[in-house]
Design a protein around this ligand. Structure first.
Ligand code: ADP
Length: 494
């Protein structure tokens, strides 16, 4: 407690700017959006002053656009040939956090918010530079600039080069890897043109990948003061060939400044007791009866056979290779033939969308493939399912297993990245553990994990219920991780 109080005291006056491409509730396509929302709030509770900077996309809902105030605008040189671009700053405050939206209609009037790398590279070169210029313009100089993923990876490079002798140049930088698969790779000429950065940066130690290509993430990782990623296991994994996405040697070289800090979830949004989207909100004391009601409502809504005794397995995911869907595809028939119900919510690759639609038509009343992005249904699936499947090929942290646990839904996961760090395997001898896990990326092992879950659910309900309660009681909030970030910022501030 004393320690905690010290931290809170130390945080007073710490100024942190978050720079990233998405943030809930304005725009969210995945876990990055959740983190950009929840971590600033957790830091605010610790006494920090936090500003979040993101692009002013046209697709931000009107109700938020209407609350934004115009702060100012200026022209900014960007490209190699000195073209200058308009930078507008729109601002709003939400629960104590200030949000600054970088406005430029040429870049942000279309897309959702990503379109294709060819257009996204200029968009985020502009965004990174404009964010620093906006901090100078507003005369709000943070102690630490916390950048997220490749879209903000140029910030540390600009900070130590073109901005080093400007006021914002006094700030230190942290770059967080949420997902290394996406890096912002393009031709050297394209990046040189859009960044206007000097030639010496297009070297193998910074941007250069090969004779033709440059990599924005690589440059940011070289120039940032600290690198974090979203779990300790992933921090180790990305220094290996298999998970390193071509940057493993670069990350190994910079390993002294790399740490893993696991994500939390916002426990106000993900609160089964107060969740207005649930037919029957619940806490640990009434989880068993309420989950039966939520399951019934889910089955009715999705056209599944209403049966409280069926094990319902949920899957809420982007439908891409990363998420281990080929494993599910390989053993789907066996899982379905066991008689369990499966609910899929997700969008992504046509290959997986079509496979799940096919299973829905093959197993009517037993399988539902809801191929959409739907926040409200997501809440109902977390509450109404018994188990949630996350068999990812790689998973930097993963939020769905954390949300599932908070809702008393037992995760079935592959032991990789944050899944390994957050789900303790069920031990059939002691009854301990939070979920069912498998290690190697093999469909037979996934099937085995699902069947172990079925055995406990159908064969030893008391044990199952104990896992449910334990999951709900697990601390998946941001508080501990926010402390760790704060310590990191304090070290940097010196
Ligand atoms: P990633 O960032 O790799 O997509 P995470 O597990 O970190 O995966 O975060 C996924 C987030 O997106 C979770 O909040 C999850 O509930 C949400 N989500 C994913 N797909 C959908 C969907 N189709 N509808 C609603 N929410 C979704």
């Amino acid at each position: 407690m004393a320690n905690n109080q010290e931290t809170v005291g130390g945080a007073k006056g710490m100024k942190v700017a978050f720079i990233g491409s998405e943030c809930y509730p304005f725009i969210k396509t995945g876990g990055l959006g959740d983190v950009m929302y929840a971590l600033p709030r957790a830091l605010l509770r610790q006494g920090c002053e936090v500003r979040v900077m993101m692009p002013c996309y046209r697709c931000i809902p009107e109700k938020y656009r209407n609350q934004m105030n115009y702060i100012g605008s200026f022209m900014m040189n960007l490209t190699q040939d000195g073209r200058s671009f308009y930078v507008g700053i729109m601002e709003m405050e939400l629960d104590g956090v200030t949000y600054d939206f970088i406005d430029n209609r040429e870049f942000y009037d279309w897309g959702n918010p990503y379109t294709g790398l060819w257009e996204d590279i200029p968009k985020y070169c502009y965004f990174s530079k404009a964010s620093l210029a906006a901090l100078n313009y507003m005369d709000w100089i943070p102690d630490v600039i916390h950048c997220h993923d490749w879209q903000a990876a140029l910030v540390p490079v600009y900070l130590r080069t073109l901005f080093s002798v400007t006021p914002v140049g006094a700030a230190r930088s942290v770059l967080t890897i949420h997902n290394l698969r996406f890096q912002g790779i393009c031709s050297i000429d394209h990046l040189k043109y859009w960044t206007g950065l000097p030639d010496f940066l297009f070297d193998y130690s910074v941007f250069k990948v090969n004779d033709c290509e440059a990599n924005m993430f690589k440059g940011g990782l070289a120039y940032t003061d600290r690198i974090t990623t979203v779990s300790e296991t992933y921090a180790g994994e990305i220094q290996t060939d298999f998970y390193g996405e071509g940057l493993n040697s670069h990350l190994w070289y910079h390993r002294a400044k790399l740490t893993g800090i696991v994500n939390g979830i916002d426990i106000d949004i993900w609160n089964s007791r107060t969740d207005k989207l649930l037919p029957a909100p619940y806490g640990t004391e009434d989880v068993l009866s309420a989950k039966r009601e939520n399951k019934k409502a889910l089955q009715e809504r999705l056209g599944l056979a209403v049966d409280e005794n069926k094990l319902v397995i949920g899957l809420i995911s982007r439908l891409t290779d990363q998420k281990g869907l080929d494993l599910i595809d390989a053993v789907f028939t066996q899982i379905a033939d066991d008689g369990v119900q499966v609910v899929i919510l997700g969008t992504g690759d046509a290959r997986y969308e079509n496979a799940f639609r096919y299973y829905e038509s093959t197993y009517p009343g037993q399988v539902c493939a809801y191929i959409k992005y739907d926040e409200s249904l997501a809440h109902q699936i977390y509450a109404g399912s018994d188990a949630l499947l996350v068999p990812s090929l790689f998973e930097p942290c993963g939020l769905t297993q954390l949300i599932a646990m908070r809702y008393g839904t037992v995760p079935i996961v592959r032991e990789t990245g944050g899944l390994k760090d957050t789900v303790e395997p069920y031990n059939e001898y002691t009854g301990e553990g939070n979920g069912f896990t498998f290690d190697q990326y093999r469909a037979d092992l996934l099937l085995d994990a699902v069947r172990r879950a079925e055995q406990v659910y159908y064969g030893n309900r008391a044990r199952w219920n104990a896992i449910v309660t334990r999951d709900m009681e697990k601390d998946v909030s941001w508080e501990h991780s926010a402390d760790l970030y704060l310590k990191l910022y304090e070290e940097l501030k010196g």
